[in-house]
Design a protein around this ligand. Structure first.
Ligand code: UDX
Length: 432
């Protein structure tokens, strides 16, 4: 099939590359010339395991190309995937301007051959209809269907998730469109669920909101475990063996980050409130997440009698989770901002996210080359992202390198028993 993918961010670049690998002819479009030039030189703008090789291979085999020419890409294709950003606005609503602009451009380019336009971006319920109207305003005779096929890939395992999704949701506005989209997705291993576009758009928000709820729930349990000296890891294990609950997304920690959960929980809340429904559960999920970060900082400051001015804190991990260089909504950003505001010096380590972090962090941070270097002469260590390099630090390394043996473990990634046996003042989340 001939496929155009508009937007070469995480979703667009990974989906386009994987569809090319499955034998389709794929044109990826981005409006940033420099990004397109770099992709044509095999320079991948994001860190994503396995992606670089796959882009190189499919380009070499002439199934994958990159361009800024959206009109050409639309005219050449039967299926057009919209995969541009829908960032958060000040109100919490999703910013739809990029999607709508692309819809207008598609409208200007469609010719008289039938095309299926697919929203892959996470979008408010009703967007498929809005995009259809925008295109038809440009071309009243356009022979198109606009559908919703949300993306569920996780950063860090995006290629694997794309080939082996748990499910593919197709929100189709006609049988003709759903047949074409089923054919495109057939080689993927997940079950295909066909529904209407609005339900499909809602499935995406509901899925992310549910996963975020699981995280905030276990974080709340961890906070209660802290008070009553129970161990949240044992609690999660005991809960997760119940098949109705399941073991995944019950890892207590510093709170969820990334480009999806924080934004999507707020966007769904906004959608409900727009129609006068006040979703108190979503509000609570968001509140617990924001407080979690602050609670961890409080653990640290309490140890130093609420005065960390002039102290040096080693921040281990900057990315919002391991195996990615993405620092959007990463807990480390707020933590560093907070430490800086309290007058502490920060020496940070991350194996791949330092360049991205430097663009976001205004504080004067010293970036260390290794996790061990970050500990040198610091007064305390704060583990923020559970990178293998950070988890591999031993209790004796913490003890030898730190000026004071204080470790705050924002991911429950270290063993409290071993830490305490080494004489370290250790604080995880909800651990005895
Ligand atoms: C998420 C969804 O999983 C994916 O389906 C959707 O397409 C995009 O959003 P992603 O943001 O890449 O993917 O990361 P994910 O692995 O889901 O983690 C999100 C955040 O939750 C991270 O900050 C992670 O550290 C945190 N998390 C996850 C926990 O704190 N505890 C857990 O048990 C699981």
């Amino acid at each position: 099939m001939n496929v155009a993918v508009i937007g070469t961010g995480y979703v667009g670049l990974v989906s386009g590359t994987c569809f090319a690998e499955l034998g389709n002819q794929v044109i990826c479009v981005d409006n940033v010339q420099e990004k397109v030039d770099r992709l044509n030189e095999n320079e991948i703008p994001i860190y994503e395991p396995g992606l670089e090789e796959l882009v190189g291979k499919n380009k070499a085999e002439n199934r994958l190309s990159f361009t800024t020419d959206i009109g050409m890409a639309v005219r050449e294709s039967d299926i057009i995937l919209i995969a541009v950003g829908t960032p958060e606005t000040e109100t919490g609503a999703a910013d739809m301007s990029f999607v709508y602009k692309v819809a207008e451009e598609i409208g200007r380019a469609v010719n008289d051959t039938y095309k299926v336009i697919v929203n892959k971006s996470t979008v408010p319920v009703g967007t498929s209809e809005a995009v259809q109207q925008i295109i038809e305003k440009q071309q009243p005779e356009a022979d198109i269907d606009v559908c919703s096929v949300p993306e569920f890939l996780r950063e860090g395992s995006a290629v694997k998730d794309t080939f082996h999704p748990d499910r593919v949701v197709i929100g189709a506005s006609s049988i003709r469109a759903s047949d074409m989209l089923e054919e495109l997705h057939q080689p993927l291993t997940g079950q295909i669920v066909v529904t209407d576009p609005r339900s499909s758009e809602m499935i995406k928000y509901a899925s992310n909101a549910f996963l975020a709820t699981k995280i905030s729930f276990i974080n709340e349990m961890a906070n209660i475990c802290d008070i009553y000296e129970a161990d949240v890891n044992a609690v999660a294990r005991g809960m997760g063996l119940d098949h109705r609950i399941g073991p995944k997304f019950l890892k207590a920690g510093i709170g969820y980050g990334g480009s999806c959960f924080p934004k999507d929980v707020k966007a769904l809340k906004y959608l409900a409130e727009e129609k006068d429904y006040h979703p108190s559960l979503l509000q609570a999920v968001n509140d617990v997440n924001e407080q979690q970060n602050r609670r961890m900082i409080e653990h640290l400051t309490r140890i130093f009698d609420d005065d960390i001015e002039g102290l040096t804190i080693a921040v281990l991990g900057l990315a919002f989770k391991p195996n990615t260089d993405d620092i959007r909504e990463a807990p480390a950003l707020k933590i560093i901002e907070d430490l800086d505001a309290k007058g502490a010096n920060v020496q940070a380590f991350d194996p791949v996210a330092v360049d991205n972090a430097k663009q976001m962090i205004t504080a004067d941070v010293h970036y260390a080359d290794t996790a061990l270097d970050a500990l040198k002469d610091a007064d305390a260590a704060f583990l923020v992202t559970e990178w293998a390099e950070c988890k591999a630090l031993t209790a004796s390394q913490f003890k030898e390198q730190l000026k004071r043996p204080v470790v705050i473990d924002g991911r429950n990634a270290l063993d409290p028993g071993i830490m305490k046996a080494e004489g370290i003042i250790y604080h995880g989340i909800g651990r005895k």
